[in-house]
Design a protein around this ligand. Structure first.
Ligand code: IMP
Length: 507
């Protein structure tokens, strides 16, 4: 006979946190959001990799490329670069994150000596950069011949036909530094010589990058950066259960820090085989998350298989139509609560703590606090990160407002059928489990994440918690009734921004 769960399948919107006692020491500035990313013997050892903020970006074409990975690692989270691309291009993205040197900028406004002042002005207007290196072939890696800044030309006195070679500051007058220069030394040179920028060149005098004066504080202003032992940004990558024997070695070679099997349904032999392959070839040196599951059984299966962390959630994603298409899934709150209990039971039994991640369905910032309170160690977000400048998708104007494009991995646009693979021959068997959509543009990731986390810290203090562990321990959750949801929003008032203004003199 079929099994029926006692609990209805509930979403985050059906819960609220009831505040606990907040001692005077419990202030947002004192809150730590550090959280374990991979399995460890809690209480006996340090977790080998912890996130500094409990947010990771979804394994999706519209969300996680190398640009997103750098931006999120700067804030203390981690991106999982999407796997629905060739092995070469995914490994190249990972390598670009690992090679990224904060403060060392690859110039995108480059001049050749025979360009004209008119072209310089045009490029400056288009890209907004006032410092442009001049190279022999006009590329970002050509032999350095000089630099043009606003101090090199005066539009009122010069002809627009004048050649760059005639007014640039030539190479012999430039101060440059070799590739081995650290950011600290580069900044000292900039400081000592009162420079605005410092070109970094290789042994053949070819341009490698530029360091700008304004980046001087980049490390100091990002105290949460996720750095490896070589001070490189940390990055994850999505893999599938088909081509792992080729994909994983390429990603490891590129320097990936953590892998995650990207699948809509993780309670399967395919995931077990993939984890076993990793253990056989790399032991515990390669970390690998798995999922997604929505109940205790699924968790136990993947924990026993050796997954380093386990993702929770089926059908809750904003672009997801899996529940409609296949009738599988579970409310994100109920799934998180049950899997968290299974994670705690597993820890009690084995002494091994396997972090869990609530993936999909986070709509409001307070959903993050709820997910953490319900036992999630961190959350994976797609829609949330797709809205920022740093996501790889296009920014477009729709009905007078800026939007970013956002599409599911199971949509016809992404064609990531491996994510839904159940083995066997897939020819002609594909159907969509996701949609193509717009999400409102939300500016810079740094500002968005700062605002979101200030709310999370504030909620934690209301619950008397200074750490995520404490929040999970102390949180008191209540189910809301449909009428109390109405009470929770602004009600029985006319909102000023939705009501035409009438002055008290009738004008
Ligand atoms: P969101 O944060 O609510 O937008 O959900 C993002 C999550 O949805 C991802 O991390 C995936 O787990 C899931 N997802 C991504 N693409 C699809 C799809 O096409 N169909 C179903 N789920 C998807």
């Amino acid at each position: 006979m079929a099994y029926y769960f006692d609990e209805p399948s509930r979403t985050f919107n059906e819960y609220l946190l009831v505040p606990g006692y907040s001692p005077s020491t419990c202030v947002p500035a004192a809150v730590s959001l550090k959280t374990p990313l991979v399995r460890y013997r809690k209480g006996e050892e340090e977790c080998p990799i912890s996130l500094n903020i409990p947010m990771i970006s979804a394994i999706m074409q519209a969300v996680s490329d190398d640009g997103m990975a750098v931006a999120l690692a700067t804030e203390g989270g981690m991106s999982f670069v999407y796997g629905s691309q060739s092995i070469e291009s995914q490994a190249a993205m990972v390598a670009r994150v690992k090679d990224y040197k904060a403060g060392f900028v690859t110039s995108d406004a480059n001049l050749s000596p025979d360009m004209t002042l008119a072209q310089v002005v045009e490029l400056k207007e288009k890209l907004g950069h006032s410092t442009m290196p001049v190279t022999e072939d006009g590329t970002a890696t050509g032999k350095l011949l000089g630099v043009v800044t606003e101090r090199d030309y005066r539009l009122s006195r010069m002809s627009l036909d004048e050649k760059v070679a005639d007014f640039m500051t030539p190479r012999e007058k430039l101060i440059v530094a070799p590739v081995s220069t650290s950011l600290k030394v580069a900044n000292d040179i900039i400081w000592d010589h009162k420079l605005n920028s410092l070109p970094i060149v290789d042994e053949n005098d070819h341009l490698v990058s530029l360091v700008f004066r304004k980046d001087y504080d980049s490390h100091k202003s990002n105290p949460n950066e996720m750095l490896d032992s070589h001070k490189r940004y940390m990055v994850g990558a999505g893999i599938n259960t088909r081509d792992y024997a080729e994909r994983i070695p390429a990603l490891v070679e590129a320097g990936v820090d953590v892998l995650c099997i990207d699948s809509s349904e993780g309670y399967s032999d395919w995931q077990k085989f993939t984890i076993e392959w990793v253990r056989e070839h790399y032991g515990n040196t390669v970390k690998i998350g798995a999922g997604n599951v929505v109940d205790a059984e699924g968790f136990r299966f993947l924990a026993d298989a050796g997954a380093d962390f386990i993702k929770v959630g089926i059908g809750g994603g904003s672009i997801c139509i899996t529940r409609e298409t296949k009738g599988i899934g579970r409310g994100q709150a109920t799934a998180t609560i049950e899997v968290a209990a299974a994670r705690d039971a597993y820890f009690k039994e084995t002494g091994v703590y396997v972090p869990i991640c609530s993936d999909g369905g986070i709509v409001y910032d307070h959903h993050i606090s709820l997910a953490l309170a319900m036992g999630s160690d961190f959350v994976m977000l797609g829609r949330y990160f797709a809205r920022f400048d740093e996501s790889p998708s296009n920014k477009v104007m729709v009905n007078g407002s800026y939007m970013k494009e956002y599409w599911g991995e199971g949509s016809a646009r992404a064609r990531n059928w491996q994510r839904y693979d159940l083995g066997g021959d897939k020819k002609g068997m594909t159907f969509e489990e996701g949609v193509d959509s717009y999400v409102p543009y939300a500016g810079a990731l740094k500002d968005g994440v700062a605002l979101t986390l200030s709310k999370v810290r504030s909620t934690m203090c209301n619950c008397g918690a200074l750490t995520i562990d404490e929040l999970q321990d102390k949180a008191k959750l209540t189910i809301v009734s449909s009428t109390s949801i109405v009470e929770g929003g602004a009600h029985d008032v006319l909102l000023k921004d939705k009501t035409p203004y009438v002055s008290n003199t009738g004008h």
